[in-house]
Write a protein that binds this ligand. Structure first.
Ligand code: NAD
Length: 260
């Protein structure tokens, strides 16, 4: 479906980003992986993805909080794979604290990776997408792009901002073959969420299963986690020709979190 396309997925060494990289590779894309982790483990991931799907897989360790490294990653991907057709801004981090205790450096850190990183990546990749008159930009926002939750001021602000950025890029590219959309996951069981389950478990003396249930019951009516593969499938759909007129949308994949 997406053969001969090159997809760059930020934060794809783990969790949702890895699910997206797998979905795009299985649709035929060459893939650029990005994110942190053990070098051997990342090497194995690269090889497995490449062998399973018969695609080229590149890795960049660019830090999404550093604009110069983002520009270098796009340059490297373009040089080594020829072009970048699909950009998925997925890398994201969380820090929780009441707003009056929220450390300023944590605010800057969350904003730099979750919001400024996508801006820098979009501005670096858009010229070549415009030149070919084809491109797909998908920003992984969150249900927290629409609603708040206590103790997540930086994350919620960044995700609301990311949906705003998505709309503006969609408008500026509206008459071209480039589209820009957001996907808004509810709870997905990844390392980012496991940390919050662990905190709930030790705070309230719960079993792991009870802590998971409480986390879901507070927000997600389906009482079931979304999977990285389901987010990957949503991104692959937005990258397809069928989605060419879906522009500036923010698609919830959230077990009815936002229906309440
Ligand atoms: P995760 O912690 O499992 O993975 C995050 C990825 O980003 C990893 O590959 C990590 O190495 C990478 N990363 C972290 N800091 C980076 C940096 N400075 N530069 C480059 N890469 C960096 O997280 P996840 O749960 O898979 O989250 C992925 C995205 O989905 C995030 O944007 C998150 O906000 C969003 N999201 C997650 C959930 C959820 O329930 N897990 C819900 C809604 C939205």
């Amino acid at each position: 479906m997406l053969e001969n396309k090159v997809a760059l997925v930020t934060g794809s060494t783990s969790g949702i980003g890895l699910g997206i990289a797998q979905a795009l590779a299985s649709a035929g894309c060459d893939v650029v992986l990005n994110g942190f982790g053990d070098a051997d483990e990342i090497g194995r991931l690269r090889q497995a993805l490449s062998e399973e799907h018969g695609v080229r897989v590149l890795y960049s360790g660019a830090d999404m909080s550093r604009p110069a490294e983002i520009a270098e990653m796009i340059r490297q991907a373009t040089t080594e794979l020829g072009h970048v057709d699909i950009l998925v801004n997925n890398a994201g981090v969380q820090h929780t604290a009441p707003v009056e205790e929220f450390p300023a450096e944590k605010w800057d850190w969350v904003l730099s990776i979750n919001l400024s990183g996508p801006f820098h990546a979009i501005s670096a990749v858009l010229p070549q997408m415009r030149a070919r008159n084809w491109g797909r930009i998908v920003n992984i926002a969150s249900t927290h792009g629409f609603v708040g939750s206590v103790h997540k001021s930086a994350y919620v602000a960044a995700k609301h901002g990311l949906i705003g950025l998505t709309k503006v890029v969609a408008l500026e590219t509206a008459t071209t073959g480039v589209t820009c959309n957001a996907v808004c996951p509810g709870w997905v069981l990844t390392p980012l969420v496991q940390k919050q389950i662990d905190a709930l478990q030790s705070r309230d003396g719960l079993t792991p299963e009870a802590a998971k249930h409480r986390l879901l019951a507070e927000k997600q009516p389906s009482l079931d986690f979304v999977t990285p593969a389901q987010i990957g499938a949503a991104v692959a759909f937005l990258a397809s020709d069928a989605a060419a007129q879906i522009r500036g949308a923010a698609l919830p994949v959230d077990g009815a979190w936002l229906a309440q």
